[in-house]
Design a protein. Structure first.
Length: 296
């Protein structure tokens, strides 16, 4: 006789309240950016909410798999039917900012699904990430997929592919991890199964000089934990990152108009239009391979 067991999948979004001078300072004149701190935090706010809307849309699609057929259920060797359920969690810091984060969402209108809020603590990035993951495991998570809040080019396919990759590792004796690189030797998305004996310790600001992506890979290799490589997702930390994402935002929003099944980053597009930052050009250069023998 078949019995159904639920597999709890947590999508964990690391974020901060978008306050001037506290977020995206590398986009502001406080560091080497162009914008006033208020503008940089406004851009972050738009990117954050666009990412959240994409998360909601992706989880709707994942849940629809099960409601429409049995493609989101898997029969194990023991005859158990595994039914995947999904939870969306916003983790912020410090704890005192949680009421303000809740209010930020409540004042923005109705969201298409329940969003849970929590906080993460620690003395370093590693400890903050470990704290948030540990809380998700304690809540009954079987898989965790985590992202940042500064990725306007995040798509539903990225999130769906991340959970599909985690599920493909579910039967591995050592569990497994999944990761998506960013554009600067870091990661934009990372997660693992509950059976993986893994954490973030030693990954961020690695003492040996490793950047985040190779630090995760070296750690997984040393522990004998399998990994799945996901398509890269660029984030926004610097002005150069932002210029790249301007072009991606334009492409995603136009493709959505043409019927592409994406959740367009419309808030970020609107903010960039307000800033008149929609047309990115580069200077001509001759730093290319010789073409004299090709072009006539």
């Amino acid at each position: 006789m078949e019995c159904t067991v639920q597999r709890k999948n947590v999508l964990l979004v690391f974020s901060k309240v978008p306050e001037p001078g506290m977020v995206k300072t590398r986009l502001s004149i406080l560091k080497d950016g162009w914008f006033k701190p208020e503008v940089a935090s406004y851009l972050y706010h738009c990117m954050f909410f666009d990412a959240m809307e994409t998360c909601c849309a992706a989880l709707v699609d994942l849940e629809a798999r099960h409601s429409s057929c049995t493609s989101d259920s898997r029969v194990g060797d023991d005859g158990q039917v595994i039914e995947d359920v999904y939870e969306l969690v916003v983790s912020t810091t410090p704890k005192e900012k949680m009421p303000k984060m809740r209010q930020l969402f409540e004042s923005s209108g109705e969201w298409p699904r329940e969003i849970k809020f929590d906080f993460d603590e620690g003395a370093s990035f590693d400890e903050h990430y470990n704290d948030a993951f540990e809380k998700a495991w304690e809540s009954g998570a079987d898989t965790i997929l985590s992202i940042g809040a500064d990725m306007p080019a995040l798509t539903k396919a990225d999130i769906i592919g991340g959970f599909d990759a985690l599920h493909s590792l579910a039967d591995s004796p050592n569990g497994g991890i999944v990761l998506s690189p960013d554009q600067e030797m870091g990661v934009s998305m990372v997660g693992w199964t509950k059976d993986a004996n893994f954490d973030h310790t030693g990954v961020f600001y690695n003492q040996s000089g490793l950047t985040v992506l190779p630090a995760y890979i070296h750690k997984a290799r040393d522990l004998g934990i399998p990994a799945r490589y996901l398509p890269a997702i660029p984030d926004v930390d610097t002005m150069q990152d932002l210029m790249h994402n301007v072009t991606l935002v334009e492409a995603l929003c136009y493709c959505a108009e043409s019927g592409d099944d994406v959740a367009p980053p419309w808030r970020t597009e609107q903010a960039l239009e307000e800033l008149r930052l929609t047309d990115v050009r580069v200077r001509p250069n001759d730093l290319h391979d010789p073409r004299e023998s090709i072009d006539k």
